[in-house]
Design a protein around this ligand. Sequence first.
Ligand code: ZN
Length: 330
Amino acid sequence: MTAVVAAVDVGGTRMKAALVDREGREVVTLTRPTPAALDVPGALVRAVAETVAALREAAADLSGHVGPEDAVGRADPTAPEDAVGDTPEVVAAGVVVPGIVDDVRGVAVWASNLGWRDLPVTAPLSELLGMPVALGHDVRAGLRAEVAWGAAAGSRNVLFIPLGTGIAGALMLDGHVVAADGWAGEIGHVVVEPEGLPCPCGQRGCLETVASAAAVARAYAARTAGRGGAPLDAEAVAGLVRAGDADAAAVWDHAVTALARSLVMMTTATGVDHILVGGGLAQSGETLLAPLREAVHASLTFQREPRIERARLGERAGCLGAACLAWDVA
Ligand SMILES: [Zn+2]
């Protein structure tokens, strides 16, 4: 029987889950909407337990019935047939959530878009599932997965910075992912423009109000307002940058400049020599990375220059990171 762990990434809108073997292969995957009202005591633990049960069912019969809202698949076509043919044994579970997470106490401390405060996860979920459970932060765990199975293999001093709806960050220094009781890595809320736009966190001009995928889309919409065009996402703005559109280029430069300044600050303060850019904005590839490398290079004097690359695991990073945490406690 193949030993696997159950991995669940609880996001603002979707829960991504998988059964993952020792080599990081997703034997079964499942995506379902994140239920409402997860701030009610017990709701998060119940939602995760139900997801783990659904993963087990899906593993027992991949062609069997699943809920209409579930998307189940066999994610990795390179996984050996026997990993699918027998029913995998789930030996531990890993859960990752956004926001402030106390991995040591196993408590989801705070998440702005999910509304919870101080939810105990590890102890009640472990009791419910009858197996060891680990809780972690989605981006810190994603960095663990990039180190184990992705673009950061062999690196010891890494910054992982997904640029999506918001911006979070995770740091590995001297081979250790830094958590600081859950408070490390909030690079998206470092103020880069004190007179800038208000941020949901209460400050003005946070990096994520300038350089997240959502911010780029908003800035382009604001700049071209009144011209009657349909709203574009960041990927479409990147396409216009490549096509030589002046408005898109101005918005893009603004974001790249702010991002480069933040990366130089992080490089100087922490000594990272490898930066993995992820999230929606990174899908533009070299449209983002080439000017970003140039701007960072131009700002450095004595510092060790970091290698700046795209993260490899994409939107699976959090789920695979949850698997890394689960294997730690299995
Ligand atoms: Zn902020």
